[in-house]
Design a binder for this molecule. Structure first.
Ligand SMILES: [Zn+2]
Length: 399
């Protein structure tokens, strides 16, 4: 914005300077002075003779010569260009009217409250979320009681926060408590956490404690889990390696086992815990509002530009809940494959799924229905190969 204001100021200065060098004013002054001088010399106009008037006309014509006219014309052209630039600088500096990009779009306040509440919970701002819940009188979010969601996320956040302080115990307890709901029983995650806790013990020089931990927590029961953590490694070999590291208790950094104390292992396990936990709770790993704002920051400027160009056509398109162009948000926002029907060129949706024909070609359900003319048994030729098919033989695909 400050840059925009400076650009406006600069453009304004250029216009002012140009105005000061306007050649028309001095020319007019010159002509007025000529007329005044002539009148002074000829106080009684009735006495003028034709020759004197003729001489005056010639002097006036000289003042308005073609060169002088061309100079005035050139000046006005340049001034007009500078004024145009000033207008553009003002347009650029003014905040964009984002409502143009979203005409008539109203967010239901309830939905907004729920989205903000979920966001606050997922970033760990529990007190703020609770205040919002009370003030907005929220009872549930997406059919889930607010109190239940808050306590589940509070538990997960506490485990993640402890990981930040290099304490994996709350996370291990959390994984054990939710084993039934975690993918593969959370085995891989639990092994990672136990290993971190074991290494922490070793790094502190407690070889006796580490050995005890290895026997009680990491032995037989977790050997199977080791296979899941790093499937290419032999779980027994992993345990042997951890046992070997005990000989270097307190000096792991300068040992062949230095990679065990790499700080990235904590960060990696913490990220894994958060991702698995959010997935288990059926929530997005990235806070939902952040995701929405990031997507909006990419899409809105393009939509705004389009809205200013298309105007009423844009409004009509948005009113029918279709954007006039496809906005590519980039791979970060691509959560599933997109299928575009090769016949109709339409992107598939829940109401128009891709359909697999027996020959292996895929077209949209709507294109399929048109080819089969609504009949389940009518035979038709695949649009891409000579094979024949029927509507009943096609399989709907879910993306
Ligand atoms: Zn085919």
């Amino acid at each position: 914005m400050a840059d925009g204001a400076a650009a406006v100021e600069l453009a304004m200065d250029k216009v002012r300077k140009k105005q000061r060098t306007d050649p028309v004013g001095p020319r007019l002054d010159e002509m007025v002075a000529l007329l005044r001088g002539w009148l002074d010399e000829h106080p009684s106009p009735s006495a003028h003779d034709a020759a004197e008037v003729e001489a005056l006309v010639r002097r006036l014509e000289a003042a308005a010569s073609p060169d002088a006219k061309a100079e005035a014309h050139e000046h006005h052209k340049e001034l007009s260009a500078l004024v145009g630039k000033l207008g553009k600088a003002i347009d650029k500096a003014a905040p964009p009217r984002l409502d143009l990009a979203l005409p008539g779009l109203a967010f239901p306040p309830r939905l907004m409250d729920e989205a903000i509440f979920s966001h606050l919970l997922s970033v760990g701002l529990f007190d703020v979320a609770e205040t919002l819940r009370q003030e907005a009188r929220l009872e549930s979010v997406g059919g889930r009681p607010c109190a239940q969601l808050a306590s589940q996320l509070r538990e997960l956040h506490a485990a993640c926060a402890a990981m930040g302080a290099r304490d994996a115990r709350p996370a291990i307890e959390w994984t054990a408590r939710h084993a039934a709901r975690l993918a593969a029983g959370g085995a891989a995650l639990r092994f990672m956490l136990h290993r971190l806790q074991f290494v922490e013990c070793l790094a502190a020089g407690d070889s006796r404690g580490a050995l005890e931990y290895l026997r009680s927590q990491l032995a037989e029961a977790t050997a199977r889990e080791a296979a899941a953590a790093e499937p290419l490694d032999d779980p027994r070999a992993q345990l042997r390696r951890l046992a070997g590291a005990i000989a270097f208790a307190g000096r792991l950094r300068a040992s062949p086992y230095a990679e065990l104390v790499a700080p990235a292992r904590w960060a990696h396990a913490r990220e894994r815990l958060a991702a698995d936990g959010m997935r288990m709770l059926g929530l997005c790993r990235t806070p939902p509002l952040l995701e929405l704002v990031d997507a909006g920051a990419i899409a809105l400027p393009r939509l705004h530009k389009l809205a200013t160009v298309l105007q009423t056509k844009y409004e009509a398109a948005v009113a029918s809940r279709h954007l006039p162009i496809e906005v590519d948000l980039g791979p970060r926002f691509q959560h599933h494959s997109v299928f575009c029907c090769p016949v109709s060129r339409e992107v598939s949706s829940a109401g128009n799924l891709p359909s697999l024909l027996p020959c292996g070609h895929v077209i949209s359900a709507e294109s399929l229905a048109k080819l089969a003319r609504g009949s389940r048994n009518l035979r038709f030729k695949c649009p891409y190969c000579p094979s024949e098919s029927t509507l009943g033989a096609a399989l709907a695909l879910t993306l």
